[in-house]
Design a protein around this ligand. Structure first.
Ligand code: TRP
Length: 447
């Protein structure tokens, strides 16, 4: 049998996993979800989910991945032969493809913004003009799609070269760099006139804003941002070496991912209030806010080029991880070469992305439950499939796997002390499944 790849170094493990979690979810999706769901109230509920569900479900995925050393579908077969658990893996593959469809569209937008930054055409003179320019770009049929296809081609080039060569190298260099640039921008935003109002929006919770819809969105955001619920981290953990400290890795990843989201909020909201924008505008928030920031920032020309390149790269390290789930499955299970598997996946992504991209223009009138194709993909994947996947993975590790096997895996055969092990199992057995079910049903308005 072909030997499976592993990540080369400890720092590579963390960087690649952080690379998967940190992406458009933090910089684009978190601010817009927070903006639509009451700001600080959303942040607070979100933080609760990261600690209470995020870290435990991440540990559950790590356990399944490293113990089985297999793709998402085989992982469950290896650990529980002759059961139906492997369907969870198939379901993860579906979610991955659905997420790729809309994610690649937003990633394409970031490339357009790199292009405009280089040409110095981002600044249209007034916040209104910048908004109009954005809408006319996203609603046009060809241009956004061309960028999306370019993005998917870059993604293809990295993935078809394999685990060590592509993923690890890119993440190691670029993630720390992104972090530094975000800090610099947040400091600039704190000097804006609207800083006080922006910070109050993000950090001063108004508890009356917490509704079941807000709770569902915060849960979806936690799963999305941490790359949970569909086997990305099962697949990545299958490449971890046996000395990787899983509990420590999960805590690092959760902290870094959350920090990046909060810093993105600190960059965006002061600017939103400074330039008279609305925090509730949805997916366009990042794209209509940033050009205003750069137009006023010393060295804005240079910073905007750098920033949009880094966002595109952060998106790339996330899509690589999403695609890896599908590619590993098609390669190991169906027997396609990695290259062929990546080609098939890329073709599917282009099809879905086309529908998502056109739903901002030509197809904007076609809606299901009041949502266009883009919103529907995002909502179904993030707020339904991911929590459902997380629920099933929790049940699998909490109930179906042997407790001693879980402990052995998480503690590296007893070499890492785990005083909280029983709490973790309790969460996986009861809290996560029951909590997710309730939030789910009430958030969807089913009771
Ligand atoms: N977490 C990434 C982000 O925040 C996106 C992502 C990568 C993802 N892999 C995933 C989301 C798996 C859900 C599931 O941008």
């Amino acid at each position: 049998m072909e030997k499976r790849a592993t990540f080369a170094t400890k720092i590579g493990v963390i960087a690649a996993t952080v690379g998967s979690s940190v992406g458009l979810g933090n910089i684009w999706r978190f601010p817009y979800e927070a903006g639509q769901n009451g700001g600080a109230a959303f942040l607070l509920v979100y933080l609760g989910f990261v600690v209470l569900l995020g870290i435990p479900v991440m540990l559950a995925e790590f356990t399944v991945g490293r113990r089985s050393k297999a793709n998402v579908n085989d992982a469950f077969r290896v650990l529980k032969p002759n059961s139906n658990w492997h369907l969870v893996g198939l379901f993860g593959i579906l979610a991955a493809v659905l997420i790729m469809g809309f994610y690649a569209v937003i990633a394409g937008w970031t490339l357009e913004y790199v292009f405009q930054s280089v040409g110095n055409t981002l600044d249209k003179g007034s916040p209104e003009a910048m908004h109009t320019a954005f809408t006319s770009f996203t609603s046009s049929p060809i241009r956004p799609l061309a960028w999306t296809i370019l993005f998917l081609s870059l993604n293809y080039a990295i993935i078809s070269r394999g685990v060590r060569g592509g993923i690890e190298k890119a993440s190691n260099v670029l993630m720390p760099f992104l972090f530094v640039v975000l800090i610099i921008f947040s400091i600039h935003s704190l000097t804006l006139d609207g800083a006080k109002e922006g910070l109050a929006f993000l950090f001063k919770p108004d508890f009356s804003k917490i509704t079941s819809g807000v709770v569902l969105s915060a849960m979806g955001q936690a799963f999305f941002s941490l790359s949970l619920g569909m086997g990305t981290l099962i697949t990545y953990a299958s490449y971890f070496g046996k000395s990787t400290d899983l509990p420590r890795t999960s805590v690092y990843v959760a902290i870094l991912d959350t920090l990046v989201a909060i810093i993105a909020g600190v960059i965006i909201f002061p600017a939103v209030f400074t330039y008279g924008l609305s925090p509730e505008q949805g997916p366009e928030l990042l794209f209509v806010t940033l050009p205003n920031i750069f137009s006023q920032m010393p060295g804005g020309y240079f910073w905007s080029i750098l920033f949009f390149i880094l966002i595109a790269v952060a998106a790339l390290t996330s899509t690589i991880s999403l695609c890896e789930v599908v590619v590993a499955y098609l390669h190991e299970k169906i027997g396609f070469t990695r290259r062929r598997a990546t080609q098939i996946l890329t073709a599917i992504c282009i099809t879905l992305s086309t529908l998502c991209s056109l739903s901002f223009g030509l197809l904007s009138d076609i809606t299901v439950f009041g949502k266009n194709f883009f919103d529907l993909s995002d909502f179904t994947a993030s707020n339904i499939l991911l929590p459902l996947g997380g629920l099933l993975i929790s049940l699998f590790v909490g109930w179906s796997l042997d407790r001693s096997a879980v402990k052995e895996e998480l503690s590296n055969k007893g070499t890492i002390p785990m005083p909280y092990f029983n709490i973790l199992i309790f969460i996986l057995k009861y809290i996560a499944p029951i909590g997710i079910s309730i939030i789910f049903l009430s958030g969807l308005g089913l009771f």
